[in-house]
Design a protein around this ligand. Structure first.
Ligand code: FES
Length: 147
């Protein structure tokens, strides 16, 4: 399996790892199949809706680490509306691609951003155009496991 130099770089030196205290929005998502978990923290300016800071923690495969790292870089400094355009495709393109078997890892990054934005929107009682309630947040995954 061939990984691009960018994927390797973001895996070895992930950007924006950590937590944001009192974050404006936090989103945790997971993939039930591989068991990998990603948590995204956003610091959003309430007036301008610009994402001032973004950090992440990923317990997962190398591609999940690389995609979350790239995703944080892509949403930083953007408005909420612009961040909505940071799809898993955009993250993959920024990383010069991922092997097909690893595409789902980039989906986790998109879902984590959306989950954090959803959290922000709920806290502030706003509606973000095009944003849907995250389906596979980790609580639901855990509920599923109990079935
Ligand atoms: Fe699970 Fe990559 S294998 S996110």
């Amino acid at each position: 399996m061939a990984y691009s130099e960018k994927v390797k770089d973001h895996y070895k030196n992930p950007r924006n790892v950590g937590e944001i205290e009192n974050a404006s929005g936090v989103g945790t998502v997971g993939n039930a199949k591989c068991g990998d978990i990603m948590r995204m923290y956003l610091d959003i300016d309430d007036n301008t809706h610009i994402i001032k800071d973004c950090k992440f923690k990923t317990f997962g495969c190398g591609a999940a680490v690389a995609t979350s790292s790239m995703a944080t870089e892509l949403v930083k400094g953007k408005t909420i509306e612009e961040a909505m355009k940071v799809t898993n495709k955009a993250v993959m393109e920024a990383l010069d691609g991922l092997p097909p078997i690893k595409v789902h890892c980039s989906l986790l990054a998109e879902q984590a951003i959306h989950a954090a934005l959803w959290d922000y929107a709920e806290k502030h009682n706003i509606k973000i155009e095009g944003l849907e309630k995250p389906v596979n947040d980790i609580e639901e995954l855990e509920e599923d496991e109990e079935l």
